[in-house]
Every structure is written in structure tokens, then in C-alpha cells.
Design a binder for this molecule. Sequence first.
Ligand code: TYC
Length: 126
Amino acid sequence: MSGELLRRDAQARRRDDDGARGGRPSDGDTVVERRTRPETRTKKPQMYKVLLLNDDYTPMEFVVEILKTVFHKEHAEATRIMLHVHQNGMGVAGVFPYEIAETKVRTVDELARQSEFPLKCVMEKA
Ligand code: TYC
């Protein structure tokens, strides 16, 4: 390389290294990662409780079926949760990341609507 080209090359590399053009500091073409947390810390999503609400009209068997099909509960556990909701006004059907909780709520609403039962399902931060 000619003297002039070598000079320009070195100049460009300096600019690159100190981020003088306002970009991130980098090592040639490689972006230098400035880690602020240990590598082992991974992001855990905020979780949401999906709650079933009691009402006077939805049949107990329908709620048990919902708990088995939508929330993958065994029959005994589904019955326990349904009775808890019946006696206490509400109860947790499951705990999920936001989008999954949202889909469960929509599925329960849709199944209840199709069967013309007033069963309600809501989500709240766990
Ligand atoms: N209370 C209802 C009944 O007596 C049963 C029921 C349980 C309804 C749980 C809704 O989320 C519910 N038929």
C-alpha cells in the first residue's frame, strides 16, 4: 500500500475504534459487547394468573371440562378447582406468560359463548 493509503487506512481504523462518528465502539468490524450482567442471568417473562369467576348458571360439568381441555388438568384437580371457584367466587386455572394467558382467556370466552353460558375468565399479573 502507498504511504497515503496506509495513512488513510490507519485513520479509518482509529475512527472505528473510538466510535468518533457517534456509532458504538467497535473492534474493526466486530461490535464490542459491553456486558453489564453475568452471562447466566436470563430474562424471565412476567407471568399472569388466569382466573375463573363463579356464576349461578354455568353447569359444574362444563367448568370441569374447560379445566381439563383448556388447562390440561386431571379430572380430580379440575373438580377441585371448580369447587373452589364455586365456593370462593374465583380461582386460579393456571399461570402463564402474557400471550398464552390471553389465548386461554379468549378460548374460554369463546367456548362459553358457543354454549351460551355466562362463564367468565380474566387474567391478572401473578
Ligand atoms: N356456580 C356454578 C353452579 O352452581 C358452578 C360454577 C363453578 C360456575 C365455577 C362457574 O367458574 C365457575 N352451577
